[in-house]
Each structure stands twice: as structure tokens, then as C-alpha cells.
Design a protein around this ligand. Sequence first.
Ligand SMILES: Cc1cc2nc3c(=O)[nH]c(=O)nc-3n(C[C@H](O)[C@H](O)[C@H](O)COP(=O)(O)OP(=O)(O)OC[C@H]3O[C@@H](n4cnc5c(N)ncnc54)[C@H](O)[C@@H]3O)c2cc1C
Length: 447
Amino acid sequence: MALPAPAPPSALHDIAGHRLGTPAAIRLIRDKEDLRAALGEAARDDRPFAAMGERATYWHNLSLEGAIVADLSAYDRVLVVDASAGVATVESGITLRALDAALRAHGSHLTMHPDGYGDTLLGSAIANGVTAGIGMMNRDFLDQIVGFEVMLADGRTLQVGASRLRGGRPGAVARGLPDLRSVFFGAEGALGVVTEVDVALLPALFEARIECLTDDDAIDEVVALANTWRRRGVVDTLRWVWTGHGALSVHLSSPVDEAELGARVERVCATLPGWARPEITVFGDDFRRGVSPGYDAKWPGPAGHTWRGGEVPPFFGLDAVVPYGRVGAAYAWARALRVEAVHRRVACYFGPDGVNLGVHCVSESDAARERARSVLEAEVPTLAALDAVPYRPGLTWRDELASRADPATLSTLRAVARVLDPDGRMNPGVGLFASPSATTKEPTHEP
Ligand SMILES: Cc1cc2nc3c(=O)[nH]c(=O)nc-3n(C[C@H](O)[C@H](O)[C@H](O)COP(=O)(O)OP(=O)(O)OC[C@H]3O[C@@H](n4cnc5c(N)ncnc54)[C@H](O)[C@@H]3O)c2cc1C
């Protein structure tokens, strides 16, 4: 009996409801040969190609119309954990939650990760260039991603990271040579597909969290606190969220022991304003080994749940990186926005260099989310005018970014793209590697 033909792919949306197009085919990738075959199919049929994670990016950075799409969610094995070299090598489709758990089983952990669902794939986190979230006051995401391999549109592989470049043991030496890690960091799938990733085994720490409710308008006090702690190594995360009331959350860690962690907690609590009633959670040994029953609670999204295996919750947000001196103005802008019928939060993630400020909207109603999205997207120039650095490119920010960037730098980036992807096949029209377009927000297939 003949097997029924697979259903043709239907139109896809991202988490924010952007129309991504109808792919020609979606190929489930289980190994590099599957990926090479999918790239070959795109070249043979002269089609665009896109690597796809969970479509949870809300700034519109997938271009799937007529494309061969590589679904990387099953390309997720831990390949090697080499304690002597201090590195684990994993496949790029592993989720951040699974990666963190795998690292914790070896006394390590993921030091910095987005403050969203743990269902983000590692390759997507690299392609998106994670810059904000948990741990950002203390670490950069790329610090721990010491090398990786990229498969180019023609199926060749490229090694990035100083050790891979020297032909040495992956990750054993992370620095000392020019390497191309940063070029792929934030490239939004436009240059190649990240395949195997070397993750440094940084020791799991003794961790605690301090949380307290704040006054609605405590932003100035919170910024003052952030300025006090604005040095790497003092606090790991400082996040302030307003959802109708303010809430401050501080993650702390100690590389030494619980007693030293306790002293840090006390010191931070002593600097909190008098009205603060801090609740303190100290994570124990089971957490460090990744087996705590409460462990998954580290990874919920803004509605308090995860989605792996279930429906992706409708979510939209607009973020920018704001200098410390302009956080008050940006916060006032965010509070004054008129977005109705959505659950809205304004979130500030404080880092050593600046503050990631985001307006995040969740709604079960597609219509309400669409309205909120059009209100927020129309605000991109206003937010950019507050001395903010636009967030990731995608299509939401691309024109704003392209209008500010130095033309020589942009043309150099585009020359790099022509070397790596001469036919302009990879996720075309998205990100800074595509030509700017003042007239259209939809992806185009320009080379
Ligand atoms: C509630 C919420 C909170 C968030 N908080 C933060 C935060 O604090 N900090 C932060 O930095 N981000 C944050 N994000 C953004 C989050 O990091 C991204 O949405 C997430 O990385 C998307 O993962 P995904 O697997 O769904 O990728 P997708 O949306 O499917 O893909 C994202 C991009 O990655 C490319 N891609 C995927 N895999 C590969 C690969 N192997 N090689 C090359 N390109 C690839 C795709 O082509 C696409 O351009 C948040 C998101 C949500 C929803």
C-alpha cells in the first residue's frame, strides 16, 4: 500500500504573529548529512534556505516563503564532554534548558541566558546574538561559546574560534587569534548554519535570588542601585519588571561557598531601600547538579509557563539598549504607551554597559496582539531617538539600524555575506547583511 503523501507545508508565523511565508519544504535535521542534503536541495532547485528554531523571535527574522527550511530541533545531541580541555561540544539544536542541565551534570552551568523560555535552541541564541537576560551583569554569552562550526550554503564547513582555527582541541584556547565568532553572532542565519558548538565548562556556582516588590515609580532608586553594583562579579542579574506594580529581582552567585554567598546576599540587602521586604531563595547542591525539582522554574516565559511540546504562547515585544542616563525617559515612554487588552510588562535588564529595556505583551487574543504589535512597531523611531541603541536587526529594526550604521561598515558586512553565501540564499532579506529597504518591511529575495 502506498504511503499517503506528506501534507504540503502551510503558512508559518512567529511567536509575535509576523507572517513568515509558506516554505517549499521543511526538513527535519538529525545530523550534518541531513543538513548538507537540505542545502543541496535548495541549491539544486534555486530556492532560499532558512535554519529554523522554535520561531520564538519577536523582531521578525525568518524569511520562509518558498524556502527549504531546516528544522533543527532534533539536532540536539551532547557529543563530547571533555573535562580536561574544559569544554563540551554539542549540536546546535539543543535547547538552552537541556544544555544547562547537561552542563550541570558535569559541575558546570550556562552562565548567561535569555530571560525567556528555555526552549530556545543554542544555534538560535548564537544567531540572535544573546545580549540580555539572566547573568548579563556578570558575563557575556559569547564568553562561554568558545568555538563552533558553520555549514555554508554550498555544504562546506567553516571552523570559528581560536582553537578550532589552530586545529587544536576545540575550546582549549579561546583567544589569541582573530576568529570569526562575532561575525556569526547576531547574523540571524544569513551567513550559514551553526552546527557543532564548543561550550566552555565554567564551574557551577553557589546561587541565590533576592526578590522584592517595589513602588511603581521606583525606577530612579533602582537605577541608583544598579549604578552601585555596576561592575562585573558583584551581582549576576539585576532585573526590574513593572506589570502594574514593580518587582526587583537580583541573582547572586559565589564561586567560593554558601557562607561567602550569604555574605554577598547580606551586603546587597543592606543597600536596598528601607521599604524593600526582600524574599531570599538560596539554591542548594541539587540545583548545582541540575536535579532540583524547582529547577525548571528557572525557565518560564512571561506568562509563567514553558511551551516545549505545546502551543507557543502569543507574545510580542519591543526592546532597545538604553544608556543609564536615559532609562528614566525610556521607562516613562514605555509606561505611557497605549496598548489595550494585553498583559504588558516593562522589563529592565541592567548590564555593565547599558540597560536593556523592553515592552513585552502577552495576549490570548490574536487581534489584541496584532493591535499591540502595530502600536509598538510604529514606536521604533521614538525609542531609537531616546539615545537608545536599536535591539537586534530582524525586520523590525533593520531600517533603523541601517540608517545609523556607517556605510563603509555595512558594505564590508555585505561583502562578507557575498563571500560566504554568493547566491544570497540564506534567510534572504533579513538582518544587516541584506540591503536596506525604506519601502518594504517584508522579506525580499535580494542577493
Ligand atoms: C519571553 C521572551 C523573553 C526573551 N528574553 C530574552 C533576553 O532576555 N535576552 C535575549 O537575548 N533574548 C531574549 N529573547 C529572545 C530569544 O533569545 C529568542 O526569541 C530565541 O533565541 C529564539 O529562539 P528560537 O529557537 O525560537 O529561534 P527562531 O526564532 O526559530 O530563529 C531565530 C534566528 O536564528 C536563526 N537560526 C536558528 N538556528 C540557527 C543555526 N543553527 N544556525 C544559524 N542560524 C540559526 C534563524 O534563521 C533565525 O534567524 C526572549 C524571547 C522571549 C519570547
